[in-house]
Design a protein around this ligand. Structure first.
Ligand code: AMP
Length: 411
Protein backbone atom coordinates (compact mmCIF):
# COMPACT_ATOMS: atom_id res chain seq x y z
CA UNK A 1 0.00 0.00 0.00
CA UNK A 2 1.19 3.52 -0.75
CA UNK A 3 0.27 6.85 0.82
CA UNK A 4 -1.59 7.68 -2.39
CA UNK A 5 -3.87 4.69 -1.82
CA UNK A 6 -4.87 6.32 1.48
CA UNK A 7 -6.34 9.18 -0.55
CA UNK A 8 -4.16 11.79 1.04
CA UNK A 9 -4.05 15.19 -0.61
CA UNK A 10 -1.03 16.51 -2.49
CA UNK A 11 0.40 18.94 0.11
CA UNK A 12 0.49 16.08 2.61
CA UNK A 13 2.01 13.64 0.12
CA UNK A 14 4.69 16.21 -0.57
CA UNK A 15 5.46 16.57 3.14
CA UNK A 16 5.54 12.79 3.54
CA UNK A 17 7.97 12.55 0.67
CA UNK A 18 10.22 15.20 2.15
CA UNK A 19 10.19 13.25 5.44
CA UNK A 20 11.58 10.31 3.48
CA UNK A 21 8.73 7.87 4.19
CA UNK A 22 8.22 5.45 1.34
CA UNK A 23 5.11 3.65 2.55
CA UNK A 24 2.62 3.91 5.37
CA UNK A 25 3.23 1.89 8.52
CA UNK A 26 0.62 -0.63 9.65
CA UNK A 27 -1.07 1.71 12.10
CA UNK A 28 -1.23 4.39 9.41
CA UNK A 29 -2.76 1.95 6.92
CA UNK A 30 -5.40 0.91 9.43
CA UNK A 31 -6.19 4.18 11.18
CA UNK A 32 -6.07 6.82 8.44
CA UNK A 33 -9.15 5.63 6.44
CA UNK A 34 -11.61 5.52 9.38
CA UNK A 35 -10.29 8.82 10.76
CA UNK A 36 -10.81 10.43 7.35
CA UNK A 37 -14.34 8.99 7.51
CA UNK A 38 -14.90 10.99 10.74
CA UNK A 39 -15.18 7.84 12.81
CA UNK A 40 -14.08 7.55 16.44
CA UNK A 41 -11.21 5.12 16.87
CA UNK A 42 -9.49 3.34 19.71
CA UNK A 43 -5.99 2.38 18.69
CA UNK A 44 -3.61 0.17 20.57
CA UNK A 45 -0.15 1.11 19.34
CA UNK A 46 3.15 1.98 20.90
CA UNK A 47 5.64 4.70 20.14
CA UNK A 48 7.76 3.81 17.16
CA UNK A 49 4.86 2.46 15.14
CA UNK A 50 4.27 5.77 13.35
CA UNK A 51 1.12 6.47 15.35
CA UNK A 52 1.60 10.25 15.49
CA UNK A 53 1.38 10.53 11.71
CA UNK A 54 -1.58 8.13 11.84
CA UNK A 55 -3.65 10.83 13.51
CA UNK A 56 -1.79 13.98 12.38
CA UNK A 57 -2.15 13.34 8.63
CA UNK A 58 -5.93 12.77 8.54
CA UNK A 59 -6.51 15.66 10.97
CA UNK A 60 -4.54 18.00 8.69
CA UNK A 61 -6.45 16.72 5.68
CA UNK A 62 -9.79 17.37 7.36
CA UNK A 63 -8.74 20.89 8.29
CA UNK A 64 -7.17 21.69 4.96
CA UNK A 65 -10.25 23.39 3.51
CA UNK A 66 -10.50 25.72 6.49
CA UNK A 67 -6.88 26.77 6.47
CA UNK A 68 -7.30 30.08 4.76
CA UNK A 69 -9.19 31.80 7.53
CA UNK A 70 -7.41 35.04 8.35
CA UNK A 71 -4.98 34.36 11.16
CA UNK A 72 -6.88 36.06 13.94
CA UNK A 73 -10.07 34.43 12.78
CA UNK A 74 -8.56 30.99 13.19
CA UNK A 75 -10.34 28.69 15.61
CA UNK A 76 -8.80 25.74 17.38
CA UNK A 77 -10.30 22.79 15.53
CA UNK A 78 -8.09 19.93 16.64
CA UNK A 79 -6.92 19.29 20.19
CA UNK A 80 -4.31 16.69 21.09
CA UNK A 81 -3.83 15.83 24.74
CA UNK A 82 -0.54 14.30 25.76
CA UNK A 83 0.57 13.22 29.24
CA UNK A 84 4.13 14.52 29.14
CA UNK A 85 5.76 17.67 27.94
CA UNK A 86 8.36 15.96 25.78
CA UNK A 87 5.73 13.94 24.00
CA UNK A 88 3.62 17.05 23.45
CA UNK A 89 6.62 18.83 21.90
CA UNK A 90 7.34 15.83 19.70
CA UNK A 91 3.72 15.64 18.50
CA UNK A 92 3.68 19.31 17.56
CA UNK A 93 6.95 18.90 15.67
CA UNK A 94 5.23 16.16 13.66
CA UNK A 95 2.28 18.46 12.91
CA UNK A 96 4.65 21.21 11.82
CA UNK A 97 6.49 18.87 9.46
CA UNK A 98 3.36 17.45 7.85
CA UNK A 99 1.71 20.89 7.59
CA UNK A 100 4.71 22.54 5.93
CA UNK A 101 2.93 22.90 2.58
CA UNK A 102 -0.25 24.36 4.07
CA UNK A 103 -1.28 27.41 6.07
CA UNK A 104 -2.39 25.34 9.04
CA UNK A 105 -0.81 26.48 12.27
CA UNK A 106 -0.18 24.43 15.37
CA UNK A 107 0.97 25.25 18.87
CA UNK A 108 2.10 23.29 21.89
CA UNK A 109 1.33 24.36 25.47
CA UNK A 110 2.51 22.65 28.65
CA UNK A 111 3.13 23.37 32.29
CA UNK A 112 6.42 24.06 33.99
CA UNK A 113 7.17 27.06 31.80
CA UNK A 114 5.98 30.64 31.65
CA UNK A 115 2.37 31.00 30.52
CA UNK A 116 2.64 34.45 28.85
CA UNK A 117 4.39 33.41 25.60
CA UNK A 118 1.79 30.66 25.25
CA UNK A 119 -1.01 33.21 25.66
CA UNK A 120 0.61 35.46 23.02
CA UNK A 121 0.89 32.55 20.61
CA UNK A 122 -2.73 31.55 21.23
CA UNK A 123 -3.89 35.08 20.53
CA UNK A 124 -2.22 34.98 17.13
CA UNK A 125 -4.63 32.27 16.04
CA UNK A 126 -4.01 28.56 15.56
CA UNK A 127 -5.78 25.56 14.06
CA UNK A 128 -4.25 22.74 16.06
CA UNK A 129 -3.38 22.71 19.74
CA UNK A 130 -1.20 20.10 21.43
CA UNK A 131 -1.37 20.31 25.21
CA UNK A 132 -0.74 18.63 28.53
CA UNK A 133 -3.94 18.44 30.61
CA UNK A 134 -3.07 20.79 33.50
CA UNK A 135 -1.89 23.75 31.44
CA UNK A 136 -4.78 23.36 29.02
CA UNK A 137 -7.34 23.59 31.82
CA UNK A 138 -5.48 26.50 33.33
CA UNK A 139 -5.52 28.44 30.06
CA UNK A 140 -9.16 27.56 29.49
CA UNK A 141 -10.11 28.73 32.97
CA UNK A 142 -8.43 32.04 32.26
CA UNK A 143 -10.42 32.28 29.03
CA UNK A 144 -7.49 32.16 26.64
CA UNK A 145 -8.73 29.00 24.96
CA UNK A 146 -12.05 28.38 23.30
CA UNK A 147 -12.86 24.73 22.75
CA UNK A 148 -16.26 25.34 21.15
CA UNK A 149 -14.94 24.70 17.64
CA UNK A 150 -13.07 21.46 18.28
CA UNK A 151 -13.77 18.96 15.53
CA UNK A 152 -11.27 16.29 16.56
CA UNK A 153 -10.00 15.43 20.01
CA UNK A 154 -7.02 13.07 20.37
CA UNK A 155 -6.04 11.41 23.63
CA UNK A 156 -2.52 10.12 23.17
CA UNK A 157 -0.84 7.58 25.47
CA UNK A 158 -4.15 7.25 27.30
CA UNK A 159 -2.93 4.49 29.61
CA UNK A 160 -0.11 6.69 30.82
CA UNK A 161 -2.51 9.58 31.40
CA UNK A 162 -4.54 7.30 33.63
CA UNK A 163 -1.45 6.09 35.45
CA UNK A 164 -0.45 9.71 36.08
CA UNK A 165 -3.83 10.50 37.58
CA UNK A 166 -5.19 12.64 34.73
CA UNK A 167 -8.48 10.78 34.36
CA UNK A 168 -10.68 13.53 35.82
CA UNK A 169 -8.88 16.20 33.82
CA UNK A 170 -9.41 14.22 30.63
CA UNK A 171 -13.10 13.78 31.32
CA UNK A 172 -13.39 17.48 32.04
CA UNK A 173 -11.59 18.45 28.83
CA UNK A 174 -13.79 16.09 26.85
CA UNK A 175 -16.91 17.73 28.27
CA UNK A 176 -15.60 21.19 27.35
CA UNK A 177 -15.48 20.18 23.68
CA UNK A 178 -18.58 20.02 21.48
CA UNK A 179 -20.60 16.83 21.71
CA UNK A 180 -20.47 16.04 18.01
CA UNK A 181 -16.67 16.03 17.77
CA UNK A 182 -14.61 13.09 16.61
CA UNK A 183 -12.55 11.43 19.35
CA UNK A 184 -9.41 9.37 18.77
CA UNK A 185 -7.91 7.39 21.62
CA UNK A 186 -4.37 6.05 21.34
CA UNK A 187 -2.91 3.83 24.01
CA UNK A 188 0.02 1.44 24.25
CA UNK A 189 -2.15 -0.98 26.22
CA UNK A 190 -5.89 -1.20 26.66
CA UNK A 191 -6.51 -2.17 30.29
CA UNK A 192 -10.01 -2.29 31.76
CA UNK A 193 -9.94 1.35 32.85
CA UNK A 194 -9.19 2.50 29.30
CA UNK A 195 -12.08 0.36 28.05
CA UNK A 196 -14.32 2.09 30.58
CA UNK A 197 -13.10 5.52 29.54
CA UNK A 198 -13.55 4.66 25.87
CA UNK A 199 -17.06 3.45 26.61
CA UNK A 200 -18.01 6.76 28.19
CA UNK A 201 -16.46 9.16 25.69
CA UNK A 202 -16.23 7.43 22.30
CA UNK A 203 -19.12 6.90 19.92
CA UNK A 204 -19.25 3.48 18.28
CA UNK A 205 -15.47 3.39 17.90
CA UNK A 206 -13.54 1.35 15.40
CA UNK A 207 -10.90 -0.76 17.13
CA UNK A 208 -7.43 -0.95 15.70
CA UNK A 209 -4.76 -3.13 17.22
CA UNK A 210 -1.31 -3.08 15.73
CA UNK A 211 0.96 -4.01 18.57
CA UNK A 212 0.91 -7.37 20.10
CA UNK A 213 2.37 -5.66 23.19
CA UNK A 214 3.72 -8.93 24.47
CA UNK A 215 6.08 -9.46 21.63
CA UNK A 216 9.56 -8.26 22.26
CA UNK A 217 11.32 -6.99 19.18
CA UNK A 218 13.30 -9.82 17.66
CA UNK A 219 16.26 -7.60 17.02
CA UNK A 220 16.87 -6.88 20.69
CA UNK A 221 19.28 -9.17 22.49
CA UNK A 222 18.49 -9.44 26.18
CA UNK A 223 20.68 -10.32 29.10
CA UNK A 224 20.03 -10.56 32.80
CA UNK A 225 22.45 -10.16 35.71
CA UNK A 226 21.54 -11.39 39.19
CA UNK A 227 23.28 -9.09 41.65
CA UNK A 228 22.90 -8.07 45.31
CA UNK A 229 21.15 -4.73 45.59
CA UNK A 230 24.16 -3.11 47.29
CA UNK A 231 26.41 -4.04 44.33
CA UNK A 232 24.20 -2.70 41.56
CA UNK A 233 26.19 0.51 41.20
CA UNK A 234 29.49 -1.42 40.97
CA UNK A 235 28.09 -3.80 38.38
CA UNK A 236 26.68 -0.89 36.41
CA UNK A 237 30.10 0.79 36.37
CA UNK A 238 31.76 -2.52 35.46
CA UNK A 239 29.40 -3.00 32.50
CA UNK A 240 29.79 0.59 31.34
CA UNK A 241 33.57 0.16 31.39
CA UNK A 242 33.83 -3.29 29.83
CA UNK A 243 30.69 -4.38 28.04
CA UNK A 244 28.35 -1.65 26.91
CA UNK A 245 29.26 -0.04 23.59
CA UNK A 246 27.52 3.04 22.21
CA UNK A 247 24.84 5.12 23.90
CA UNK A 248 22.65 3.84 26.71
CA UNK A 249 19.31 4.80 28.19
CA UNK A 250 19.24 3.73 31.84
CA UNK A 251 15.88 3.26 33.52
CA UNK A 252 15.22 3.68 37.21
CA UNK A 253 11.85 3.47 38.92
CA UNK A 254 12.01 6.68 40.93
CA UNK A 255 13.36 10.16 40.44
CA UNK A 256 15.33 9.74 43.65
CA UNK A 257 17.09 6.73 42.12
CA UNK A 258 17.73 8.68 38.92
CA UNK A 259 19.41 11.54 40.80
CA UNK A 260 21.50 9.21 42.92
CA UNK A 261 22.80 7.26 39.93
CA UNK A 262 23.49 10.44 37.97
CA UNK A 263 25.62 11.72 40.84
CA UNK A 264 27.58 8.47 41.11
CA UNK A 265 28.25 8.19 37.40
CA UNK A 266 29.29 11.84 37.22
CA UNK A 267 31.68 11.30 40.14
CA UNK A 268 33.15 8.43 38.15
CA UNK A 269 33.93 10.70 35.23
CA UNK A 270 30.98 9.91 32.94
CA UNK A 271 29.12 12.56 30.98
CA UNK A 272 25.55 11.89 32.03
CA UNK A 273 22.20 13.61 31.92
CA UNK A 274 18.80 12.70 33.25
CA UNK A 275 15.07 13.29 32.91
CA UNK A 276 12.32 12.91 35.50
CA UNK A 277 9.09 14.57 36.49
CA UNK A 278 10.59 17.08 38.90
CA UNK A 279 12.94 18.67 36.40
CA UNK A 280 12.02 21.90 34.66
CA UNK A 281 10.83 21.46 31.12
CA UNK A 282 13.81 23.29 29.66
CA UNK A 283 16.21 21.01 31.56
CA UNK A 284 14.40 17.91 30.32
CA UNK A 285 14.46 19.07 26.74
CA UNK A 286 18.14 20.02 26.93
CA UNK A 287 19.02 16.64 28.42
CA UNK A 288 17.14 14.86 25.67
CA UNK A 289 18.74 16.94 22.93
CA UNK A 290 22.20 16.36 24.36
CA UNK A 291 21.56 12.63 24.31
CA UNK A 292 20.07 12.63 20.82
CA UNK A 293 23.01 14.68 19.49
CA UNK A 294 25.52 12.35 21.07
CA UNK A 295 26.94 14.98 23.43
CA UNK A 296 26.19 12.68 26.35
CA UNK A 297 26.19 8.94 25.84
CA UNK A 298 24.26 8.11 29.01
CA UNK A 299 20.73 9.26 29.79
CA UNK A 300 19.02 8.17 33.02
CA UNK A 301 15.24 8.34 33.14
CA UNK A 302 12.11 7.30 34.95
CA UNK A 303 9.59 5.40 32.87
CA UNK A 304 7.08 8.18 32.94
CA UNK A 305 9.51 10.89 31.82
CA UNK A 306 10.85 8.75 28.98
CA UNK A 307 7.58 7.36 27.74
CA UNK A 308 6.82 7.99 24.12
CA UNK A 309 10.10 9.70 23.41
CA UNK A 310 11.45 8.80 20.05
CA UNK A 311 15.22 8.27 20.03
CA UNK A 312 16.29 7.08 16.62
CA UNK A 313 19.65 5.56 17.28
CA UNK A 314 19.64 3.90 20.64
CA UNK A 315 22.21 1.13 21.09
CA UNK A 316 21.42 -0.04 24.62
CA UNK A 317 18.68 -0.01 27.20
CA UNK A 318 19.73 -0.70 30.77
CA UNK A 319 17.20 -1.75 33.40
CA UNK A 320 18.96 -0.62 36.56
CA UNK A 321 15.83 -1.46 38.52
CA UNK A 322 13.62 -4.26 37.29
CA UNK A 323 10.26 -2.78 36.37
CA UNK A 324 7.41 -4.11 38.51
CA UNK A 325 5.15 -4.38 35.50
CA UNK A 326 5.87 -6.66 32.59
CA UNK A 327 4.48 -4.19 30.06
CA UNK A 328 6.95 -1.57 31.25
CA UNK A 329 9.82 -3.95 30.49
CA UNK A 330 8.51 -4.42 26.96
CA UNK A 331 8.16 -0.66 26.50
CA UNK A 332 11.63 0.01 27.82
CA UNK A 333 13.51 -2.48 25.71
CA UNK A 334 11.39 -1.84 22.63
CA UNK A 335 13.18 1.49 22.26
CA UNK A 336 16.37 -0.09 21.06
CA UNK A 337 16.84 -2.31 18.04
CA UNK A 338 14.79 -0.17 15.70
CA UNK A 339 15.17 0.07 11.96
CA UNK A 340 17.11 -3.11 11.47
CA UNK A 341 19.80 -2.35 14.08
CA UNK A 342 20.50 -4.89 16.75
CA UNK A 343 19.79 -3.40 20.14
CA UNK A 344 20.91 -4.67 23.50
CA UNK A 345 18.83 -4.77 26.65
CA UNK A 346 20.58 -5.24 29.98
CA UNK A 347 18.77 -5.91 33.23
CA UNK A 348 19.95 -6.18 36.82
CA UNK A 349 17.90 -8.18 39.25
CA UNK A 350 18.37 -8.22 43.04
CA UNK A 351 16.80 -10.75 45.42
CA UNK A 352 13.68 -8.64 45.99
CA UNK A 353 13.05 -8.29 42.26
CA UNK A 354 13.07 -11.98 41.35
CA UNK A 355 9.29 -12.17 41.19
CA UNK A 356 9.25 -9.36 38.63
CA UNK A 357 11.52 -11.38 36.35
CA UNK A 358 9.17 -14.33 36.61
CA UNK A 359 6.18 -12.21 35.66
CA UNK A 360 8.05 -10.61 32.77
CA UNK A 361 9.19 -13.96 31.39
CA UNK A 362 5.66 -15.34 31.54
CA UNK A 363 4.35 -12.24 29.82
CA UNK A 364 6.85 -12.22 26.96
CA UNK A 365 7.01 -15.98 26.82
CA UNK A 366 10.78 -15.90 26.65
CA UNK A 367 13.38 -16.84 29.18
CA UNK A 368 15.82 -13.97 29.45
CA UNK A 369 19.40 -15.31 29.09
CA UNK A 370 21.33 -15.02 32.35
CA UNK A 371 24.95 -13.87 32.46
CA UNK A 372 26.73 -15.39 35.45
CA UNK A 373 30.25 -14.34 34.50
CA UNK A 374 30.53 -11.08 36.41
CA UNK A 375 32.22 -9.89 39.61
CA UNK A 376 29.13 -9.49 41.82
CA UNK A 377 27.02 -12.66 41.56
CA UNK A 378 23.96 -13.02 43.75
CA UNK A 379 23.83 -15.97 46.10
CA UNK A 380 20.89 -17.97 44.66
CA UNK A 381 19.59 -18.54 48.18
CA UNK A 382 19.72 -14.85 49.10
CA UNK A 383 16.49 -13.62 50.59
CA UNK A 384 15.19 -10.12 49.99
CA UNK A 385 15.99 -7.61 52.72
CA UNK A 386 12.72 -6.51 54.22
CA UNK A 387 12.65 -3.13 55.91
CA UNK A 388 10.05 -3.20 58.63
CA UNK A 389 7.99 -0.07 58.90
CA UNK A 390 8.62 1.83 62.08
CA UNK A 391 6.05 3.69 64.09
CA UNK A 392 2.57 3.07 65.36
CA UNK A 393 0.15 1.10 63.25
CA UNK A 394 -2.56 3.50 64.36
CA UNK A 395 -0.88 6.27 62.39
CA UNK A 396 -2.00 4.66 59.15
CA UNK A 397 -4.75 6.60 57.48
CA UNK A 398 -4.47 9.56 59.81
CA UNK A 399 -2.35 11.80 57.65
CA UNK A 400 -3.00 15.49 57.96
CA UNK A 401 -4.24 17.38 54.96
CA UNK A 402 -1.00 19.34 54.94
CA UNK A 403 1.17 16.24 54.79
CA UNK A 404 -0.98 14.78 52.04
CA UNK A 405 -0.51 17.95 50.05
CA UNK A 406 3.22 17.63 50.43
CA UNK A 407 3.09 14.25 48.74
CA UNK A 408 5.49 14.51 45.86
CA UNK A 409 5.42 12.91 42.50
CA UNK A 410 7.58 9.81 42.37
CA UNK A 411 8.11 9.89 38.62
P1 AMP B 1 5.79 7.58 16.37
O1 AMP B 1 5.34 6.16 16.63
O2 AMP B 1 4.71 8.46 15.90
O3 AMP B 1 6.55 8.14 17.55
O4 AMP B 1 6.84 7.53 15.16
C1 AMP B 1 8.08 6.92 15.24
C2 AMP B 1 9.03 7.36 14.12
O5 AMP B 1 8.62 6.82 12.87
C3 AMP B 1 9.13 8.85 13.92
O6 AMP B 1 10.48 9.20 13.90
C4 AMP B 1 8.48 9.12 12.59
O7 AMP B 1 9.09 10.19 11.93
C5 AMP B 1 8.71 7.81 11.85
N1 AMP B 1 7.67 7.49 10.84
C6 AMP B 1 6.35 7.76 10.89
N2 AMP B 1 5.72 7.28 9.80
C7 AMP B 1 6.66 6.67 9.03
C8 AMP B 1 6.63 5.98 7.77
N3 AMP B 1 5.48 5.80 7.10
N4 AMP B 1 7.79 5.49 7.30
C9 AMP B 1 8.93 5.66 7.99
N5 AMP B 1 9.04 6.30 9.17
C10 AMP B 1 7.91 6.79 9.70
Amino acid sequence: MSFKDLKLIKPLLKAIESSGYSEPTLVQQKAIPPILDHKDVIVSAQTGTGKTAAFALPILQQLFDKQDAPKRGKKIRALIISPTRELAVQIQQNFKTYAQFSNLRSLVVFGGTSIEPQIDALNKGIDILVATPGRLLDLHKQDYINLDYIETLVLDEADLMLAMGFIDDIKKIERLCPENKQTLLFSATIPYKIEQLAHTILKDPERIDVTPTKSVAKDVSQVLYYVPKRNKIELCLHLLRNTIKGNVLIFRRTKFGVNKLEQTLTNNGYKVDSIHGDKAQSERQTALNKFKNGYVKILIATDVAARGIDINELDNVFNFDMPNQAETYVHRIGRTGRAGNIGRAYAMCSADEKSYVKTIEQYINVQIPIETEHPYPLDPKAKPIVHKKKGSKYKKGRKSVASKKKKKRWY
